[in-house]
Ligand binder design. Structure first.
Ligand code: ADP
Ligand code: MG
Length: 625
């Protein structure tokens, strides 16, 4: 029988250290968190060789008094909690009193520290857990701690370290995250003598995200802000169209602490449902503030995992904040053109390329106002007025207003020739939107029988007509603002395979909600009495087995199954690319899309419209620089 030994302190500490100190990055995390707890406003992290040979952290926090310095390196020594009751509402990042003990047991540590207001500070050294120096010393306010030769006394652990580059990258990632978590603290990171991060510490989330995550990502973000009960959710989240193939850009901070929370991530991702493409993930930086006593951070030694007392409420708070951000803050994706390959200004003098502003009103606009938009709009300008146009002058001899009497002959808008059911519906939809204050939409045309091109305000929009129509129908179905289901003249009887039949029969209530009145007809067959008004009778058969198939695949929540049905119906009923539309119909569709803010993505998450700003075009044509 093996004999039981109580391990010597040194060995026990090494084992404990393993939980906290895994690699240089984890040391940095612990030490920087100490600086934050010390209320520092400036924190500098410097590493050499991936932090394996050298880590230095300097802060301007409260410092440690000389008599407390040796204590700080003992296990279970902390200034942050006193009794077990404090564990129920932890407001600091640290509280376990382990980090300094653990780090100093596997490295050579050196400390300079001076509390504000003292004349002298302390210089302290401890190697492999053994104190080697403790003396008074002149030093600046705050604390500097240097960690050298991590794992020098534990070769087994040393072996697990990766190349310097990987360790340095991991360290950089930790500093990035901590810098994001505290926009009110200025962080610097210096890697082998080169500064690679510098945040301003001005407390602004936008600027911090820009410094840490770069311009490209920052450019995709919209602000999030919401409160539910006592849960505050703030931060930034990406536009649905900028979702990415990985979850790398998801950051969740809880009361200033970087955490991993399946609940928060799931809630944020759920908010993108039907807006983002399947298989893509939103990027976000979310700051949650919750009462300290509703969260348990003492679940894991590294304290990245947390437990909420009410996960459901956290989910709802995050979901609604992010959803609101997407609904209200999203803008249509903008097409950025490549800069022209030539520089038109190179060989020209300024006078030669300066142009008249192009929004000078045209003659027709002067006479009739700007309401006369049509694709046949005249493009004559003031300075090229042919004499016959002058007859339309709006100002009389004494400066009085004169109504123009002769109407120009614009080609009339073509009448709707192929009046299919679908098209009529587009027009019906539009009448609901009348009275809008938005700028008028001018139809330019259509490309590839697929993309409608219109002008609105100072932008040109390209609209995918199928995606747009599909989204319109989907939204209407969801909001229950579609006309009542249409009764089929003769009910359609369908034979389904037994599984599909089962799926349909057990979902008749759901199907009815979506406009399908279906009855069991025995022998694996059903009878369909009504279909959603957007569908035609021919669609019924194929559609019902498609629905059955989907119902079979997914045994998810009822709302989701219903959305799936809407989705399928919308896709079936929408006009397809290639279907011809008259100019009026195109314009109506464009109006429906651009005048409402909830038609951004098709239900599969593809964008419905792209915007090309006039500035962008003018840059491209060398009208502006
Ligand atoms: P914990 O952070 O869990 O309290 P640590 O071992 O990390 O445990 O630190 C022990 C104590 O040392 C802290 O409670 C704090 O009082 C003090 N301390 C550590 N780092 C700093 C610092 N940078 N500035 C001021 N005090 C510090
Ligand atoms: Mg600590």
């Amino acid at each position: 029988m093996p004999k039981i030994n109580v391990l010597p302190k040194q060995v026990a500490e090494l084992i404990a250290a393993g939980e906290v100190v895994e690699r240089p990055a984890s040391v940095i995390k612990e030490l920087v968190e100490n600086s934050i707890d010390a209320k520092a406003s400036n924190i500098m992290v410097e590493i050499q060789h991936g932090g394996i040979s050298y880590i230095r952290i300097t802060d301007d926090g409260c410092g440690i008094s000389s008599e407390d310095v040796p204590k700080a390196f003992l296990r279970h020594a902390t200034s942050k909690i006193i009794s077990d009751r404090d564990l129920n509402s932890i407001s600091t990042l640290g509280f376990r009193g382990e980090a300094l003990a653990a780090v100093s047991s596997v490295s050579r540590a050196e400390l300079f520290t001076k509390p504000h207001g003292e004349t002298l500070g302390t210089h302290y050294k401890i190697e492999g857990g053994t104190e080697t120096l403790c003396e008074e010393a002149g030093c600046p306010d705050g604390t500097t701690i240097i960690i050298r030769d991590i794992f020098y006394n534990t070769p087994a652990r040393m072996k697990f370290l990766k190349k310097d580059v990987s360790e340095a990258n991991a360290a950089a990632a930790v500093v990035d995250r901590i810098a994001l978590s505290h926009p009110e603290i200025a962080f610097k990171f210096i890697r082998d003598g080169k500064q690679t991060l510098n945040t301003s510490g001005d407390g602004k989330v936008n600027g911090t995200v820009y410094s840490v995550l770069g311009r490209e990502f920052s450019g995709t973000l919209i602000p999030v802000k919401g409160t539910l009960d006592k849960i505050e959710v703030e931060g930034l989240t990406c536009k649905p169209v900028s979702c990415r193939p990985t979850r790398n850009y998801q950051f969740v901070f809880l009361n200033g602490r970087l955490v991993r929370s399946g609940t928060v991530t799931a809630a944020a991702e759920q908010a993108y449902k039907n807006s983002a493409m399947i298989g893509k993930f939103p990027g976000f930086v979310l700051y949650l503030t919750v009462p300290f006593d509703t969260v348990d951070v003492n679940v894991h030694p590294a304290k990245t995992e947390v437990r909420f007392s009410d996960e459901r409420r956290i989910f709802d708070a995050v979901y609604s904040a992010v959803k609101n951000a997407i609904v209200s803050g999203d803008t249509r994706p903008e097409v950025k053109l490549k800069p022209p390959s030539f520089n038109p200004f190179e060989r020209l003098k300024k006078e030669e390329y300066t142009q008249q502003p192009i929004d000078k009103p045209t003659i027709a606009e002067k006479i009739y106002g700007t309401g006369l938009h049509n694709n046949a709009k005249p493009v004559l300008r003031d300075d090229s007025i042919p004499s016959f146009v002058n007859n339309y002058s709006t100002v009389g001899p004494r400066g009085e207003k004169v109504e123009a009497t002769v109407q120009p002959q614009y080609p009339p808008t073509p009448v709707n020739t192929r009046e299919t059911e679908i098209k009529e519906k587009i027009a019906v939809d539009i009448t609901k939107e009348e009275g809008n204050e938005k700028p008028e939409i001018i139809l330019i045309g259509e490309a590839f029988s697929t993309y409608i091109i219109v002008q609105m305000g100072s932008s040109v929009f390209m609209i995918d007509k199928h995606a747009a129509h599909e989204r319109i129908i989907f939204n209407d179905l969801k909001k229950h603002i579609t006309p009542a289901p249409q009764a089929l003249l003769t009910p359609v009887t369908l034979n389904l395979d037994p599984e599909e039949y089962g799926a349909v029969i057990s979902n008749t209530a759901l199907l009815k909600d979506a406009g399908f009145e279906v009855e069991d007809f025995g022998n694996s067959s059903v009878r369909v009495f009504t279909v959603p008004s957007s569908l035609t009778k021919e669609d019924v058969e194929g559609l019902l087995s498609e629905l059955a198939e989907n119902l079979l695949k997914k045994s998810v929540a009822e709302v989701e199954r219903l959305e799936d049905i809407y989705h399928t119906v919308a896709c079936r009923s929408a006009i397809k690319a290639g279907n011809k539309l008259s100019p009026l119909e195109m314009k109506k569709l464009a109006e429906r899309v651009l005048y409402s803010d909830d038609i951004m993505y098709c239900p599969h998450g593809r964008p419905v419209a792209f915007e090309i700003k006039r500035r962008e075009l003018e840059k491209q044509f060398g009208r502006i620089q």
